[in-house]
Design a protein around this ligand. Sequence first.
Ligand code: HEC
Ligand code: HEC
Length: 464
Amino acid sequence: MRASTFLFHRTRPRLARAALAISVATGFFCVLLAPSPRAQDQSPEQFMLSLAAAIDDSTLKPRERLGLRLFFDASLSEPAGLACASCHDPRRAFTGNNNTMIGVALGSRTDQFGTRDAPTIMYLATTPRFSRNGGIESDGKRVPVGGHFWDGRADTLEEQAKQPLFNPVEMNNSEIKLLIAKVAKAAYAGEFRKEWGDAIFADPEAALDAVGASIAAFERTRVFQPFTSKFDYVMRGEATFTEQEQRGLSLFTIRQKGNCAQCHTVDTASRDPQKSLFTDFSYRALGLPRSPRIPKNADPAFVDLGLCERVPVAGVKPGTPAANPAVTDPATCGLFKTPTLRNITITAPYMHNGLFDHLRDAVAFYATRDTDPSRWFPEGRKFNDLPAQYRANVDVDTPPYQRRPKQRPQLNDEEIDDIVAFLYTLTDGYRREGTGLYNKPRTEITPPRSPNSSSSPPASRGDY
Ligand code: HEC
Ligand code: HEC
């Protein structure tokens, strides 16, 4: 599905409705037709083990290795068949939506879709806890920051890891006891006891905490934060940007051009790439168009309000893990967390609603959201995925959002290309030696099927 999905202004309302129906239907169609990512004779469990085997675990400590085993265990879902890695595939910088093509993930049951795109879970190790006012802008304004998920409803990786196990549209376990019984039967149950104590399985709550802590320990290893992109090599003085990449970096940082770095933090003065995580963990309302391919969006009454609502893990039985409560301030409706842009070229689709298949479209949206709204919104009705009373929450003052209709776009075509070229330097594995990364030498795995699998910036300029 290309950017043309967004060209509603060329269709009349009735046609637009039909197009919407077709898009939703096509979304399902893609799911049904999606070729199996694994060999026919392989069970999901075996396939996950083969993905896990490609990770260099030689430097992992026992608890981290246990986390790896849990992360790739497809027997923990209800019904069995779905692992964390099904939606967080290491070949796609730990994204993938369980191989759907509609921008949101498919759960363990064949007809249960979520409402958000699975973000990369790389470079999260230093995420601060959620704080309502913890971010300070250059003008002194305070913004919410921190936490996990698009809406920050978990404070730590430990707490986060428990939620998907019980979320009915993800791994769908109904009770802690039942989940822990599966862990107690797993091939690594002995390692689990060794790490957490012989009696651990007798106390399901404690065992669940141990599951969360083991997965979090794994997520904090270098497997998830290798810092091996071309950008990192350039920062360490071991590689140089092309002219176009250099131009892209300038446009990315200059306030009156892309101003991307205001939220997608980068510190080019530092040789330490850890200073450039490409996120400040802040929450913002970008005013994205409503995605017609999310099944739940067929219901006009359904709106994802982000921070002020915090998707409750619907249907979760009492006693399963709780989350941060929703922020009650209506000024936080429509705000979502700024994600890292590291590995962005292999993590399509983009945005919390998985709206864009092409990275170039995501960047072009910033450039022309306000100068050419009809390109993005049906009949140019801006911010159509937010109820009217919350539209004022959308940022229309910070560059690159400060333009007005009929003005020149904030970035022209060449400048968008330059930024995209720069973003291509953020993919890990630029040089492979000794990285402890997902690239164990001589491991052959079928390349992932990605909605955007091109190895060079995709050209969406034809639609422009
Ligand atoms: C069915 C697909 C699916 C499965 C299975 C799944 N996730 Fe996720 N994951 C998602 C989606 C979708 C989100 C974003 C949800 C949201 O923001 O509400 C997410 C978010 C996350 C985040 C937060 C990232 C951030 O930027 O804050 C982490 C960490 C994570 N998942 C880890 C896990 C772990 C660990 C498991 C296994 C226990 C797991 N996931 C299983 C789809 C999945
Ligand atoms: C004021 C803060 C801010 C600025 C400035 C900003 N972004 Fe973002 N960016 C965000 C937020 C917040 C999101 C997530 C929005 C959502 O999904 O609702 C995001 C999402 C993205 C995504 C999708 C990431 C993913 O994993 O899905 C890309 C790509 C991106 N931004 C690139 C850029 C570029 C390029 C620029 C400069 C032209 C830029 N951003 C400027 C805050 C910002």
